[in-house]
Design a protein around this ligand. Sequence first.
Ligand code: ARG
Length: 288
Amino acid sequence: MARADLAGGRAALALMWALAVALAALAPGRVWAQPADAAAVAARPEIVGGRVVTETRFRNLYPWTVALLYSGAGWRQVCGATLIGPDWLLTAAHCVTGTVAEDWRALVGTRWLSRGGERFAATEIVIHPDYNRRTEDSDIALIHLERPVPGAVPVAPATLAESDLHARAGTRGTVLGWGATQSGGRGTVVLHEAQVPVVGLATCRRMHARRGQITDNMLCAGYREGGVDTCQGDSGGPLVVRGDGGRWLQVGVTSFGWGCARPRNPGVYTRVGRFQPWIAGQILERSH
Ligand code: ARG
């Protein structure tokens, strides 16, 4: 007991120290990287370390990005999703587990949470049967909408072959969401985007604080030095890459992390390619 307490005390001290260091790093004026990396940091489009999605970019590039509004939060946005068919959304299982379809509305066709777009009620939630709340394995779910979105422009969930080809380690992916712009911060009213490189699973497991939790059904993306990441409220949203002919492929669903944008702790995404047959099967089976 005493030993454990002592260890606990030391852990608490270490934690306070880590916090102090983290806070110092966050202090205004302080840059994330050392001068050698400054150019690389500046070259990144300013989620954490991201930038606002302009109206043009939303309409031309990301019209399939959807906000999920939850009744239990006064119909505020709590997660992201993507339109993968006229009346089907892809999201994270952890967003919708323990809820019913009536609890959700999809806000479609706007980058603003405060104006524009159209709301669609959800009529069905399909959580992957292997989803594990404790480990976050198979963190993927589908939402059926009450009716097709008029003029819907869906994004294609990547097949395994496509993600092997187009989402190799080092590929730059784009993440999108209305989540917090820093660890412990608040969400944003306008959609943000950021670019993060895909990190190989072996590399990710070597450095990540949650290494023991990272299965082959997951995909890591982020910079070794941190600074750019998804964060709370981005869950369920997409990690996309450019496939053949420049069309967008969704290779990841935002799932979890260790804080946000910390060095050596890339964001963890559900590896969509692994679930693409399941997705296609469910949609086929349930659309009649
Ligand atoms: N689980 C979070 C959510 O519910 C998403 C966290 C992503 N975190 C990260 N560091 N990439 O919104």
